[in-house]
Design a protein around this ligand. Structure first.
Ligand SMILES: NC(=O)c1ccc[n+]([C@@H]2O[C@H](COP(=O)([O-])OP(=O)(O)OC[C@H]3O[C@@H](n4cnc5c(N)ncnc54)[C@H](OP(=O)(O)O)[C@@H]3O)[C@@H](O)[C@H]2O)c1
Length: 267
């Protein structure tokens, strides 16, 4: 059995990925706070400091690198600082450390998880993702990069935060939210393939205007809120637009926004 290392295995995508790998691979996770699943080999470590990386990659054939540090995603909303800086310690520096150690350990395939539409990044976090993609492409290990549109959990978290405002701003952008479980199926499939470079993007089953997505959210979550159309800073609305829509060659998930809302409680 090959060994697969997952970074970000305790995150939203990672938690859906692990069960899909356990039957076919020895699964290892590098985590700052290891989980308790006895079928997973937990390595305590930190991409920001380098702790545990050498141990985590030793004897692995494939790495799925899904760890990320987005302060805006953690909060569920943007603050002005997100428009001019984003930490480099996980995306750029952590990826560089991981690549170096994985190459030294003889890893055969590096799969980097990224975001649709980041080629002209308008916000610093997306620039960090692009830097990480660049490191992976230029790095010594055969690679695949899998980009996805916005995950349902993040849209839900953002709308939950926005709904606390006296008036909810509705930007004129489209969204194409995708289920992490659907995307995890796609990633699990890609481990069995040879490294293929940029994989087909992965998008959701439907494209919605932000207003439609918000209306559906409001109905399912039963939150009485008032809305108004106000423009967002162009950097934010451009970034939201670019990272939200996959192209016609993309693979698509099946779980719709309403179906997802119906089966997940608000975080
Ligand atoms: N969210 C979206 O809408 C979206 C859309 C497309 C693609 N993506 C990409 O998909 C991937 C997974 O995203 P997600 O939404 O599942 O993220 P998430 O839920 O925020 O999880 C992030 C993961 O990274 C880990 N991590 C953060 N800092 C770390 C460090 N210093 N060392 C080691 N691990 C660290 C976290 O562990 P801790 O629990 O210890 O913090 C967590 O397991 C990312 O590459 C992201 O860019 C996300």
């Amino acid at each position: 059995m090959d060994t697969v290392l997952v970074t970000g295995g305790t995150g939203h995508l990672g938690r859906d990925l692990l069960p899909r790998l356990k039957d076919s691979y020895r699964v290892r996770v590098l985590a700052r706070s290891p989980g308790s699943d006895p079928d997973v080999e937990w390595i305590r470590g930190d991409l920001a400091t380098g702790e545990g990386i050498a141990e985590a990659v030793a004897g692995c054939q494939t790495v799925i690198h899904a760890a990320t540090l987005s302060p805006a995603a953690r909060r569920g909303y943007f603050v002005p600082k997100d428009l001019w800086s984003s930490p480099a310690e996980v995306e750029r520096d952590g990826t560089a450390r991981l690549l170096e150690q994985a190459a030294a350990a003889g890893v055969d395939h590096m799969i980097y998880v990224s975001i649709v539409g980041i080629d002209k990044p308008r916000v610093p976090y997306l620039r960090r993702k692009l830097e990480a993609e660049y490191l992976v492409r230029q790095g010594p290990i055969p690679w695949s990069i899998a980009r996805a549109t916005q995950f349902h959990w993040l849209l839900d978290r953002m709308l939950n935060k926005m709904a606390r405002l006296p008036m909810v701003p509705l930007p004129d952008v489209k969204v194409e939210p995708v289920d992490t479980a659907d995307f995890a199926d796609y990633l699990a499939e890609s481990i069995g393939n040879a490294p293929l470079g940029r994989l087909a993007d992965f998008g959701g089953p439907e494209v919605l205007s932000f207003s439609e997505a918000f209306d559906r959210w409001r109905q399912v979550r039963q939150r009485p809120v008032r809305t108004m159309r106000i423009p967002l800073p162009s950097a934010v609305s451009d970034a939201a637009a670019a990272m939200s829509i996959s192209d016609s060659d993309s693979r698509r998930g099946t779980v719709t926004w309403v179906d997802w809302l119906g089966t997940h409680t608000a975080e």
